[in-house]
Design a protein around this ligand. Structure first.
Ligand code: DI6
Ligand code: FE
Length: 409
């Protein structure tokens, strides 16, 4: 059988059928095919399995893996990668005792990044985001979600989304854009949150959807963000344009956003530290992925843990992401994110790896095309200089990536 590239003598963590919920692994870890082979043709996986079960291939090129581990290319399914400015100064104020909410209420926080973003050109946004994107790519990331939400006007949100689309042209990577116009209230709408939601729902979503800039719609449902009713108006507009939704929910308090989002068939609900049992049940019923963000938990010194046991028991798929953003998670490492998922949230190694592969793909609606090593999916690979997947989660600040393959090369 013809193929373009054949990898032999490799170990394969296919992540094709991760166990979860009640039958989650009890510490034995990730299933690995020890004497594996992987074949790709036209950018797609043709075969991934034991060498002994493989058909005879006539490869264009053959690569000896020397026993290296291949996982699916990693997927960062929640980032605010595109933005202007830096918030290092605000962070120093927080070290001196100010809280995230105090800073936000005093006009800092998201609004200070909004100002810097509004002042940046599209090219400047692309250039600064590329430095962060390259850090992720260097650890094997092959798909990424990028949110808008620091422009907070039609024109500046458009510029952010266009910058995100630019990134996909400048690197070999899959980019999914998420419109997060309902991230914070811009100062010109102070005291008129409903008026701003009118703009988001009736002007921004129709215009930006029409321009093909939006793959999904998100909102920040929170005391310092938007109410449940306002979020629903955003979701209704998204649905009118055939766009899937996701939600920043239950990060600082429980507004029952995840439950509401599940009612809209949300791809994911994200953060979830304050999620309750009813929210978990609603997510399980709708197949909504729980995207946990341990970087934000760590950086804000959150003390309330997301209800991991409840999510597991209900069989809710768990994803992990960096939440890369200048305020609460200036993190550009999915390897460290996995380590934090295990250490801070007590996820297993298998849950961590599934969280940045197959379940992250589900959180983006991409499970049919990437996230596991299965025939018919895009050949997105991370090839590691390790023997066992646990080493990817165990180390901190160490990068054993040997090679990264997107769409077959
Ligand atoms: N939750 C977060 O953690 C980020 N956005 C959100 O809705 C924070 C964004 C920022 O502080 O700039
Ligand atoms: Fe976020």
């Amino acid at each position: 059988m013809q193929c373009d590239t054949l990898w032999t003598d490799v170990r394969l963590a296919t992540m094709a059928a991760p166990s979860h919920g009640k039958d989650k692994d009890k510490g034995e870890g990730v299933a690995v095919i020890e004497r594996g082979m992987l074949a790709a043709r036209d950018g797609m996986i043709l075969f991934a399995g034991p060498q002994d079960d493989a058909p005879a291939f006539a490869p264009g090129r053959q690569i000896k893996g020397e026993g290296r581990l291949i996982t699916p290319g990693l997927i960062d399914c929640h980032t605010h990668l595109v933005h202007g400015g830096s918030r290092a100064g605000e962070w120093q104020a927080r070290l001196a005792g100010a809280s995230y909410e105090e800073i936000a209420r005093a006009g800092g926080g998201i609004v200070s990044t909004m100002n810097a973003t509004r002042q940046a050109s599209e090219d400047e946004l692309v250039a600064s985001a590329l430095t962060r994107l390259d850090a992720l790519i260097a650890e094997g990331v092959t798909s990424i979600e990028i949110k808008s939400g620091y422009g907070l006007s039609l024109e500046a949100e458009r510029r952010m989304l266009r910058a995100a689309r630019q990134l996909a042209r400048q690197r070999r990577i899959t980019v999914r854009t998420t419109f997060l116009g309902a991230h914070a209230l811009p100062p010109e709408f102070s005291g008129h949150a409903d008026g701003y939601i009118d703009l988001v729902a009736d002007v921004m979503i129709p215009a930006l959807a029409e321009e093909g800039l939006i793959d999904a719609v998100d909102a920040f449902c929170e005391g310092i963000g938007f109410t449940l009713a306002q979020t629903e108006r955003v979701f209704t507009a998204a649905k009118r344009h055939g766009l899937p939704v996701k939600l920043h929910a239950e990060q600082l308090s429980n507004l029952h956003g995840a439950q509401m989002a599940a009612g809209y068939g949300a791809l994911s609900a994200d953060h979830l530290e304050h999620l309750d049992a009813a929210g978990v049940a609603a997510m399980a019923a709708s197949g909504t992925v729980a995207t946990l963000l341990p970087g934000a938990f760590y950086f804000t010194r959150e003390t309330v843990l997301p209800p991991v046991d409840l999510l597991r028991a209900a069989g809710v798929p768990i994803a992990l992401a960096t939440d890369c953003n200048p305020g609460t998670s200036p993190l550009t490492s999915l390897l460290l994110t996995m380590n934090m998922g295990a250490t801070l949230f007590r996820l297993t190694v298998e849950e961590c790896l599934a969280g940045v592969t197959i379940n992250a793909a589900r959180a983006l609606g991409l499970a049919g095309e990437t996230g596991s090593l299965e025939p018919g999916k895009r050949c997105d690979l991370a090839i590691w200089d390790v023997e066992h997947p646990a080493e990817l989660v165990y180390r901190m600040g160490f990068n054993p990536l040997h090679a990264r393959i997107w769409s077959g090369s």
